[in-house]
Design a protein around this ligand. Structure first.
Ligand SMILES: [Zn+2]
Length: 245
């Protein structure tokens, strides 16, 4: 909605010109007003960008509508993307707008939205397809913005998946390392200061008199004493294991 001395232009996600007002099904209404944005709900302004000179990002209460606004040299650039989601949480449909609001006069002359500003809009849209220099307003690659958003989201999702995969692998490796360490520790019997490999896998019987721990049956821990593995021998000494060992 151009107001007095102000000009604006907006496109839908297909790149077709549209009014600079977006109504999300959630009831949020995002409106280009002069060179700022109103975000309204039920007629009340819940946010306005008049006093924000830097990037503004806003997500509505349902997290389904995103607004990005940026002001450069007095020109406000706006992108709004709304996604409808399936019950499974998958985005099923997108709608939105990309647009700008600016002062429409140059000196005494009404010039409206200038080519340069449209190019600014193109630059504002996250990914500019190489050949997409706008000659006419309708070719401002608003569709690219939706795709870029999607791609960025997908990328982030696959980054997260990759990170999770790495974490899983590390976890599995750590578990394996821990198991190996336990095994090795089981083979090492510490007599005073001199650790020595012992145990079944060293080709010797587990202990002189017993094939395995009398309490837990392991051969993976070294013999501690009285036919018990080191762990159980310690426990027995502390009285934590009952039994005639
Ligand atoms: Zn044992």
């Amino acid at each position: 909605m151009a107001l007095g001395n102000w000009a604006d232009v907006a496109f839908d996600l297909e790149g077709k010109p549209r009014a600079g007002v977006f109504r999300a099904p959630t009831g949020v209404r995002i409106e280009i007003y002069k060179n700022w944005v109103y975000v309204k709900r039920g007629g009340s302004v819940i946010m306005e960008t008049a006093s924000c000179d830097l990037n503004v990002r806003m997500v509505d209460a349902c997290s389904t509508t995103r607004l990005v606004a940026s002001r450069t040299d007095g020109v406000l650039f706006v992108a709004v993307l709304h996604a409808d989601y399936s019950a499974a949480g998958q985005p099923t449909a997108f709608s939105g707008m990309v647009g700008l609001g600016c002062y429409g006069y140059e000196g005494d002359e009404w010039v409206g939205v200038r080519e340069q500003q449209l190019e600014g809009l193109t630059a504002f849209v996250p990914v500019v397809e190489a050949a997409a220099k706008p000659k006419r307003v309708a070719v401002v690659p608003a569709v690219a913005s939706a795709r870029a958003w999607e791609a960025a989201t997908d990328e982030r999702r696959s980054e997260a998946d990759a990170a999770l995969e790495v974490a899983r692998r590390r976890h599995a490796e750590a578990r394996q390392a821990l198991a190996d360490m336990r095994k090795v520790r089981g083979l090492v019997r510490v007599d005073g200061d001199a650790p020595a490999l012992t145990g079944a896998t060293a080709g010797k019987p587990w202990s002189r008199d017993y094939p395995a721990c009398r309490h837990c049956g392991t051969t993976e821990r070294a013999h501690g004493g009285r036919g018990l593995c080191g762990r159980d021998y310690q426990r027995w000494m502390k009285g934590a294991i009952e039994g005639d060992y």
